[in-house]
Design a protein around this ligand. Structure first.
Ligand SMILES: Cc1cc2nc3c(=O)[nH]c(=O)nc-3n(C[C@H](O)[C@H](O)[C@H](O)COP(=O)(O)OP(=O)(O)OC[C@H]3O[C@@H](n4cnc5c(N)ncnc54)[C@H](O)[C@@H]3O)c2cc1C
Ligand code: FES
Length: 248
């Protein structure tokens, strides 16, 4: 695919837009599905999985947090560069119909699948509540995007913006009432949310897991997660699993 834009955001995340290299339209993609990117510039052997931040027939958008070699190399791509991408992969979020009260929770770059998910919910007549937790105040451009399709609440670890504390303590989580919740973020945060919701709430809840992956296609078994129905590949059976499937 051809890089159409690279926006380096405050806080370190990179928002990147990719266009098909030929005249063909991109295939339809579901919120919560992911793509595998061959990051040739990083000279790493394995592709890296990234959530679909947004998608249309002309453009696939990703939100990348530079953490290690491959993700940092993505920030070095420029408009016009090409990247090899396999898309879409995995099983996405289920999409309720209106009227339904939906809570979305994104921790760090776990917010990446929430923009496209909120957009799809809007198309079904639902405006979700989105609680987005970061270490420090996120980029205004990212906030503007996220608040287009959701009632956005920011939490920061350092108190530089919004609620000072963790997403699990935000009043929109503790005092809100919902029919559905969709959550993505660091494993520790998702396990806290799992226990909290299982004990205190009656919300139909899904988690998007970010286990380390190698093939992304169900062949190497390195992404396996223990579930209530046995060991399952996050890349093909997930990354989205229902709360009841995860014995956390
Ligand atoms: C389904 C799925 C969707 C993902 N979506 C996104 C996304 O939208 N945006 C994004 O930036 N990243 C996403 N990731 C994580 C991404 O694939 C890479 O793992 C991450 O960018 C680090 O890769 P790297 O090669 O740069 O770092 P590495 O050299 O592999 O690791 C560098 C550091 O990052 C840590 N790390 C590696 N993988 C993860 C992980 N999955 N979670 C937390 N820490 C990790 C390592 O322990 C190490 O400390 C997703 C992962 C999965 C499985
Ligand atoms: S990453 Fe290889 S089986 Fe899932």
């Amino acid at each position: 695919m051809r890089v159409g834009f690279v926006r380096r955001l405050r806080g370190g995340n990179v928002h990147i837009g990719l266009h098909p290299a030929d005249a063909n339209a991109l295939p339809p993609m579901q919120p919560g599905q992911f793509v595998e990117v061959a990051v040739d510039k990083a000279k790493v052997l394995l592709n890296r999985p990234f959530s679909i931040f947004n998608s249309s027939p002309e453009c696939l958008e990703l939100l990348v947090k530079p953490l290690g070699r491959a993700s940092a190399a993505i920030a070095d791509y420029e408009e016009g560069d090409t990247l090899r991408v396999i898309a879409p992969l995995g099983r996405g979020f289920s999409l309720p119909e209106a009227p339904a009260r939906v809570l979305l929770v994104g921790g760090g770059v776990g917010v990446a699948p929430m923009y496209y998910l909120a957009r799809a919910l809007n198309e079904r007549g639902i405006r979700p509540v989105l609680v987005y937790g970061e270490r420090t105040a996120p980029d205004p451009a990212l906030k503007e995007l996220l608040s287009r399709h959701a009632e956005l609440h920011i939490c920061t670890d350092d108190g530089s913006e919004g609620f000072h504390g963790f997403v699990i303590d935000h009043p929109a989580v503790t005092q809100g009432e919902y029919d559905y919740a969709k959550i993505c973020g660091p494993e520790k945060m998702m396990k806290f949310m799992h226990n909290y919701i299982a004990t205190n709430k009656n919300w139909d809840t899904e988690f998007s897991l970010e286990n380390k992956m190698a093939c992304g296609l169900g062949a190497c078994l390195c992404c396996v997660e223990n579930t209530t129905t046995g060991n399952r590949c996050v890349c093909t059976d997930g990354p989205v699993f229902n709360l009841t499937e995860l014995p956390w």
